[in-house]
Design a protein around this ligand. Structure first.
Ligand code: SF4
Length: 72
């Protein structure tokens, strides 16, 4: 499965980083970044392959603009 972050929608609130530092950190532009992810310049999405959702489920729920998705 994978975590998908719609980078263009992120407002940089930092909630996902606070709840789920295993997968998320803030980048130099003040937006969320999925650690070790690939960035698709066309869709402006970051994608990270994961084997367990762990704290990512909480990040999905907390994000105020719903720009984090988990694809199973
Ligand atoms: S919770 Fe959502 S809006 Fe806030 S930093 Fe994370 S991805 Fe961006």
């Amino acid at each position: 499965m994978e975590i998908i972050l719609e980078k263009s929608e992120c407002i940089g609130c930092g909630s996902c980083v606070a709840l789920c530092p295993k997968f998320f950190e803030m980048d130099e532009e003040g937006k969320a970044h999925l650690k070790g992810s690939e960035f698709d310049t066309k869709t402006e999405e970051e994608t990270l392959e994961i084997s367990k959702t762990e704290c990512a489920e909480e990040a999905v729920e907390i994000c105020p603009v719903q720009c984090i998705k988990i694809k199973k």
